[in-house]
Design a protein around this ligand. Structure first.
Ligand SMILES: CC(C)(COP(=O)(O)OP(=O)(O)OC[C@H]1O[C@@H](n2cnc3c(N)ncnc32)[C@H](O)[C@@H]1OP(=O)(O)O)[C@@H](O)C(=O)NCCC(=O)NCCS
Length: 169
């Protein structure tokens, strides 16, 4: 299994994988829409024998009062059901975060499984005064990992994803 950046030829297969894993809900459309509107998005695939079996997407988020392009949101992420629990999700996040660090990203947030992401270094974002843009999201579901330690406490407020996260269907 190899992790690499997506290439243009991968896009239909990435869409199919997202549609399969998320049962046709909006994730695949979000990826397609944000990729188009947002050149700084990062999209990685896990490939085994030329087949895409996992995908992770990172896109810029804004945090109230924080300037520059230093915060990213992780997600959607998916692993083909036949290949889950083999460390592929972990490898995708680890490689993605390594890549983001080299690009100067300081903060990564995720809206996801509270039992899963803490093992990848994420903690509930509300502990650091960060709040998801959407009302009603349980506190433990919105998480943050600081890639620059001094950012913890230095940024607070509402975190906003790209508008396509709300408009894509
Ligand atoms: C969540 C997901 C990306 C994890 O990828 P993965 O390759 O299966 O995960 P890994 O192999 O790296 O990690 C497996 C560990 O995470 C745990 N885990 C996997 N999915 C989990 C979930 N939904 N909730 C809690 N723990 C989970 C497993 O119990 C396993 O722990 P163990 O090894 O102690 O048994 C994958 O299961 C998936 O695509 N799920 C459906 C789509 C989804 O929910 N995406 C994430 C949206 S936030």
């Amino acid at each position: 299994m190899k992790i690499r950046k997506e290439s243009p030829a991968d896009l239909p297969e990435i869409r199919r994988l997202n549609d399969l894993v998320f049962a046709g809900s909006a994730e695949g459309s979000i990826v397609d829409a944000v990729r188009t509107s947002c050149p700084s998005a990062l999209s990685l695939v896990a490939v085994e024998r030329e087949r895409i079996i996992g995908h992770v997407f990172f896109s810029p988020v804004t945090i109230e009062g924080m300037t520059g392009n230093k915060a990213m949101g992780l997600g959607p992420m998916c692993v083909h059901p036949d290949f889950q629990r083999n460390g592929i999700g972990t490898a995708l996040v680890t490689e993605g975060i390594y890549e983001l660090e080299t690009l100067g990203c300081a903060v990564v947030v995720v809206l996801g499984h509270p039992e899963y992401y803490p093992r990848l270094g994420f903690v509930p974002a509300n502990r650091h005064g960060l709040k998801c843009q959407w009302e009603g999201v349980p506190d433990d579901v919105f998480m943050v990992r600081f890639l620059e330690a001094d950012m913890a406490g230095a940024v607070r407020g509402v975190v906003r994803y790209q508008k396509e996260f709300e408009t894509a269907t």
